[in-house]
Design a protein around this ligand. Structure first.
Ligand code: NAI
Length: 314
């Protein structure tokens, strides 16, 4: 049970010019991976570009004795995704690990959410994961090995006001994770999703502004936020990216050093072969009751539960 290393492995981390992505890139490189540090270097809203952040992180890795190259393609287009993967293959000849981490925010109350805000957020988070993972997948499938980590969010899994575009994108990634876990199984590719919690510019952009600067709640909040070091999320992501990771198709959450798992549960529910709308009303508490819930690993498990119910009762 020695130290977990990534010697010989090549990793692409998108959005790694700062925040969480930089922490992931630094840890993977410190443990021996050759890393492509991708970042367009734009604003939190996804505007503009700057080669500086990706280059700075790649330089930091090299100065610490690691191997890294910077890449500034946007994940938001299919061409950008292909060019990023090509850059990794050109630089290092293979691709073992992909961390889809790049992200932007365009928050708005739902009634005011514009098609532009929706498109920009879907393009980076959800379509971005398609754009980069698909060419990476082909390389991983050909070498019969790969690890992919998608970045989801509690704001999507659990919901947060003002983030309908972001939440839709982030939970869309869960569906993608589950399908790719199934499709990757025969090729030794594992795909998991992680919802991070870390003090980055994105978290700062999402925090509700305190009503008054002297609000005591603000001081408490500041102390807690100070403990949300992105470096404490990186070990969870790195393990999901490691050969020894036993899980695939699962959803994890990590922040401040705590790592946990989210799962989709199914209640035993209520069954009546002559179900009426009133039955649903009268048994709604039973339908919602979490006691005895199961965690189906796939649609097959769910249909098995249903068939078991309809063949064993009444
Ligand atoms: P961040 O804003 O520091 O990092 C995001 C990075 O993605 C930026 O450096 C940005 O330049 C880059 N990026 C944006 N669009 C890009 C594009 N088209 N191509 C390439 N790079 C692009 O924010 P943070 O917090 O580090 O976010 C990382 C990921 O974690 C995001 O996917 C975010 O949605 C997710 N997340 C973060 C949480 C947190 O508590 N910080 C909570 C839940 C999810």
């Amino acid at each position: 049970m020695g130290e977990l290393r990534f010697d010989g492995r090549v990793a692409v981390v998108t959005g790694a010019g700062g925040g969480l992505g930089a922490a992931y890139a630094l840890l993977l490189a410190a443990r021996g991976a050759r890393v492509v540090v991708n970042d367009i270097g734009g604003s939190l809203a996804g505007e503009g570009s700057d080669a500086g952040p990706a280059e700075a992180v790649a330089r930091r890795i090299r100065e610490a004795g690691g191997e890294a190259v910077a890449d500034t393609h946007s994940v938001a287009t299919a061409e950008g995704g292909r060019a990023l993967v090509r850059a990794a293959l050109d630089a290092y000849g293979r691709l073992d690990i992909l961390i889809n981490n790049a992200g932007i925010l365009r928050d708005a109350e739902f009634a005011r959410m514009t098609p532009e805000h929706l498109a920009a957020v879907l393009d980076v988070h959800l379509k971005g994961a398609f754009h980069v993972t698909q060419p990476a997948w082909i390389a991983m499938r050909d070498q019969r090995y790969g690890r992919v980590v998608m970045t989801t969010s509690a704001a999507g899994i659990l919901g947060t006001a003002g983030k309908s575009n972001y939440a839709a994108a982030k939970t869309g990634l869960i569906g993608l994770t589950r399908v790719l876990a199934i499709e990757g199984a025969d090729h030794h590719i594992k795909v998991n999703a992680l919802a991070p919690i870390a003090a980055t510019r994105m978290l700062a952009g999402s925090m509700p502004a305190a009503d008054r600067a002297d609000d005591p709640r603000l001081a408490v909040m500041k102390t807690l936020v100070a403990r949300l070091d992105p470096a404490l999320v990186a070990p969870a992501v790195a393990f999901l990216a490691h050969e020894d990771c036993p899980a695939t198709g699962e959803i994890f959450t990590a922040g401040a050093g705590q790592v946990a798992r989210f799962f989709v549960g199914r209640t035993p529910g209520y069954y009546d072969p002559a179900l009426s709308i009133e039955d649903v009303r009268d048994h709604f508490a039973e339908i919602r009751d979490e006691k005895g819930h199961t965690v189906p690993a796939g649609p097959g498990d769910e249909i098995t539960e249903l068939f078991r119910t309809i063949t064993s009762t009444r």
